[in-house]
Design a binder for this molecule. Sequence first.
Ligand SMILES: Cc1cc2nc3c(=O)[nH]c(=O)nc-3n(C[C@H](O)[C@H](O)[C@H](O)COP(=O)(O)OP(=O)(O)OC[C@H]3O[C@@H](n4cnc5c(N)ncnc54)[C@H](O)[C@@H]3O)c2cc1C
Length: 487
Amino acid sequence: MVDVLVIGGGNAALCAALMAREAGASVTMLEAAPRAWRGGNSQHVRNLRCMHDAPQDVLVEAYPEEEYWQDLLKVTGGLTDERLARLVIRASSTCRDWMRSHGVHFQPPLSGALHVARTNAFFMGGGKALVNAYYRSAERLGVQVHYDAPVDAIELDGGRFVAARVARTDADGTVRHERFEARSCVLAAGGFESNIPWMREAWGRNADGEWPVDNFLIRGTRYNMGTVLKFMLDAGADSIGDPTQAHCVAIDARAPLYDGGICTRIDCVSLGVVVNRNAERFYDEGEDFWPKRYAIWGRLVALQPGQIGYSIIDAKAVGRFMPPVFPGTTAGTLPELARKLGLDEAVFVRTVERFNAACRVGTFDHTALDDCRTEGLTPPKTHWARPIDVPPFTAYPVRPGVTFTYLGLKTDERASVFFGGQCSPNLFVAGEMMAGNVLGKGYTAGVGMSIGTAFGRIAGTQAAGVALGAGASAFETSMKGAHDVLA
Ligand SMILES: Cc1cc2nc3c(=O)[nH]c(=O)nc-3n(C[C@H](O)[C@H](O)[C@H](O)COP(=O)(O)OP(=O)(O)OC[C@H]3O[C@@H](n4cnc5c(N)ncnc54)[C@H](O)[C@@H]3O)c2cc1C
């Protein structure tokens, strides 16, 4: 029997597998995706949010624990477990050397990347290179990886893990069942964002009779169906989070249903205005820096009729944001732009003209919360408000792009799974499957990888410790470098 079974194949699973193997355990990983699509949402990432008290390799200035915590507190509106959040923050300051030892390389951010040179360490080659490096390292260390291995059931004895069952479908449609026993197990099989029927059920119908989810796009993998999460919830595991809460970004409406990745994001919202299908504005586009606000815009668009919006800029904004992969719709005049977008011309022109008239332009500075704002307008634009008056005008259509869901399993600083408040002796959880403990709502760029890396490493060490009969001391080892996190 293998010591540690890891279910999933993204960042959290890989961190767990590597830590468990380094601790001396035999490890098997079950990845639902085929090899070519391995790595889940982690193959799309670019960076990791890192606490640091002084400049460190690719990170400039300082990003102290307290500032990171306050950022998290603000975006979650207090829906976060402070103890677990601080654990993640502290672990983010010390994990990079370990990541490098497994082949991950870092680089300074490219210009135009969301004001994050101070707070986020970028992966050279992005998430694909990170995932490939971890798989190479895992294989070299002797981790057994099974691809095309979707787990559809877990055998439990009370709260104790016994085995996982995989149902593989052959090319001719034959379903083959396999059973994997292990002394301990890490669940790191992502959220349920790719499961459209479940998402539909969670979001329901809106007051206009629409099913909003029918207009959602999934930014990452198609393999995060939430099968393991659903199984565990049905089996009585304690849950955390609201099924409608998710990291949800406004992305180009022309993006594919799955795996559009980072290049479909529209990053010019704070430089212009956003209107809905009725050609009306609906939210303050300049509320805060884009990295702290981009993840609320998917939800805002989801609440609009037809779940569509249009991000409008003029020539002054061009060159100030990462250009999206699809070209925008351009026009020499506002009425022409409205016609091209199929929006009511008179309403659109009135909306933009009212906005322009309300702008009180001070000193425009996109790197600061500047004094360019509107006056007497609802909703206001509180920063970076400048009239949209220099042609050509450009519009990008936006739809809700779901990155990952927050409903997950309740956990503690040992990454344990709980049943009715009792912690399982040998079942652990990491990554998106427990991110809701730290992220009740909202998001700040790069924290997904901070959570998955911290909890993946803890879960792997814990699982190895249990399997090898060294639970408590393994926990202390996993916390080495995360300072006095339990104090
Ligand atoms: C486009 C995009 C960009 C992003 N950029 C960033 C960024 O720059 N920084 C950041 O911090 N976060 C970013 N994120 C979020 C980040 O991807 C996640 O927070 C993180 O990768 C989660 O890691 P994970 O291992 O929990 O999940 P995933 O990486 O999604 O891995 C889940 C794994 O479980 C497997 N799986 C699912 N079901 C089963 C099953 N039944 N049996 C076996 N295996 C199963 C999947 O195939 C997959 O391999 C981004 C996400 C997307 C989509």
